[in-house]
Design a protein around this ligand. Structure first.
Ligand code: ADP
Ligand code: LRH
Length: 476
């Protein structure tokens, strides 16, 4: 039976990669063609993505990959590049952790109404939603001259093909997308003072976008196919679950914790709990919460300079449990900067012992993340009415044994860890389905992953009382 080779371009907040997938009936093999770091760059007061370096990594990776049937592109959400009327990029995309949005969400939400925003878009309030970034940029010459706005994967797709468009899973993270009409929320844009003509036509994952530009020097590579271009949408496709009674944690820079639903939850309780309804592949809803995630660890490592992560995690495993806990979702942790100092301050303010060593700080981070996972898994079930029997951990965090075990203990549920590259696999499976070598719905695609990928199961230990008490200490 037919076999295809496709390339997934997956740009995460900490690294970018080009992954090759060989897919035939019932099986998928993944290899890494190229991996490159994604390091933000500060110029003056502004934190940027290094978009040309990412593009360079994409081109290097695709050349290394050799001829493929198709390419699919995904990346982190919400951020964008602006094009002028000739199609040239206007300036360098701004990073979602940039301070330009400080205070903007509160102002805009008051003006437009939090209830209306939630009813239309179903999105959680995050300070960096595209809506708030655009309001923060209002009046700048760049936005004034802009002809088109392209989200990051759509920008890479444009550079690969010359085609302009907006893939809808990622569009659904902008807070400018009407979730029930499945169209841009043009009324909301108009009321927020945002030009509606900036936004290109929407398309669904699975759409064939077009051939790659001949001048890219990729002989034998046919076309670009739209996948779930929001990395979290592809990661959820890549969750090797059976049935529907599962929660997922897409665990990388962020932990995206939730369930997959057929319809959005737009209740007042859901809005207050800051749960989001992002659009998934095949019309599904990714009902989830952003937990600050391994960012806390990454940014601590950056502060300490080069350290051996596996060694530090082994030391952390030997530290006493629950000595200090913080609420990972405290907005003080969002910007870049000295993370251990901010964790120490948060402990001091809450009357928790201040971690004295890197190992103690790492233990505080992992305990606190496990608690935040517990809180979000419980809330997702309560708010949606969907009960779960297992928690799937995918992404780089699936390699963190301490975090996976403590997440199982905290949730009182088995954790199934892996695949680490769920996002690339979700991207690849969507392309393979478009090519016609795998068929079926999401459960069918997930069966392929269950049967071919390396998964590790963690059984929950201990009772829930200690976790309940620690969750109370976390506040939030
Ligand atoms: P993103 O897509 O947001 O860039 P990834 O899914 O690639 O993130 O996950 C990156 C994270 O994976 C790192 O921050 C790190 O904490 C974790 N990780 C990577 N390798 C290991 C490892 N060997 N052991 C434990 N954790 C790891
Ligand atoms: C994860 C992610 C997440 C968004 C954030 C901006 O990479 O896409 O789903 O909330 O980045």
């Amino acid at each position: 039976s037919a076999v295809v080779t496709v390339a997934a371009v997956d740009l995460g907040a900490s690294s970018g990669r080009v992954m090759l997938g060989r897919v035939g009936a019932g099986r998928v093999e993944l290899t890494e063609a190229h991996r490159f770091t994604n390091e933000p760059v500060r110029v003056g007061d502004t934190l940027h993505w290094d978009i040309l370096n990412l593009w360079h990594g994409v081109r290097t990776g695709l050349r290394a990959a050799g001829p493929v049937t198709s390419i699919g592109v995904d990346s982190w959400a919400v951020d964008y590049g602006l094009l002028d009327a000739s199609g040239a990029l206007l300036g360098n995309p701004v990073h979602y952790r940039d301070a330009r949005t400080d205070g903007v969400a509160e102002r805009v939400a008051t003006q437009l109404g939090e209830e209306r925003l939630y009813a239309t878009t179903g999105l959680q309030q995050l300070p960096f939603n595209t809506l708030y970034q655009l309001v923060a940029a209002a009046g700048t010459p760049q936005l004034g001259t802009a002809h088109r706005l392209l989200l990051i994967p759509d920008l890479i797709t444009y550079w690969l093909t010359g085609r302009i468009g907006a893939e809808l899973t990622n569009a659904s993270t902008t807070q400018l997308y009407d979730l029930r009409r499945r169209a841009w929320a043009t009324d909301l844009m108009a009321d927020a003072g945002i030009r509606t003509d900036l936004f290109p036509p929407l398309h669904e994952p699975g759409t064939r976008i077009g051939p790659v530009r001949p001048d890219l020097g990729l002989p034998g590579t046919a076309e670009v196919v739209a996948v779930g271009s929001h990395d979290t949408a592809s990661a959820v496709v890549g969750v090797p679950a059976t049935g529907e009674r599962f929660a997922y944690i897409s665990c990388g820079t962020w932990s995206l914790v939730g369930v997959e639903l057929d319809a959005p939850v737009l209740t007042e309780a859901s809005r207050r709990a800051n749960f989001t309804n992002e659009s998934g592949v095949d019309g599904t809803i990714r009902y989830l919460r952003n937990v600050m995630g391994l960012w806390l660890l990454q940014e601590s490592l950056r502060t300490w300079g080069a350290v051996d992560l596996p060694h530090l995690l082994r030391q952390a495993a030997g530290e006493p449990a629950f000595r200090s806990v913080v609420d990972p979702d405290d907005p003080v942790f969002l910007p870049p900067g000295d993370m251990p100092a901010r964790i120490a301050d948060a402990c001091r303010r809450a009357g928790e012992p201040v971690p004295a060593t890197p190992a103690a700080t790492v233990r505080c981070i992992i305990d606190s993340l496990a608690l935040a996972h517990r809180r979000a898994v419980h809330q997702a079930q309560q708010l949606s009415g969907r009960n779960v029997d297992a928690v799937h951990v995918v992404g780089g965090g699936a390699r963190n044994e301490l975090l996976c075990q403590l997440t199982a203990d905290a949730c009182g549920l088995p954790v199934i860890a892996g695949p680490v590259e769920a996002t690339a696999l979700g991207n690849i499976l969507m392309q393979a389905r478009t090519a016609g070598v795998v068929g079926g719905d999401l459960p069918a695609l997930r069966t392929v992953l269950r049967e071919t990928q390396h998964l590790v199961r963690y059984e929950p230990r201990g009772d829930q009382a200690a976790w309940r008490a620690a969750e109370d200490r976390m506040g939030g």
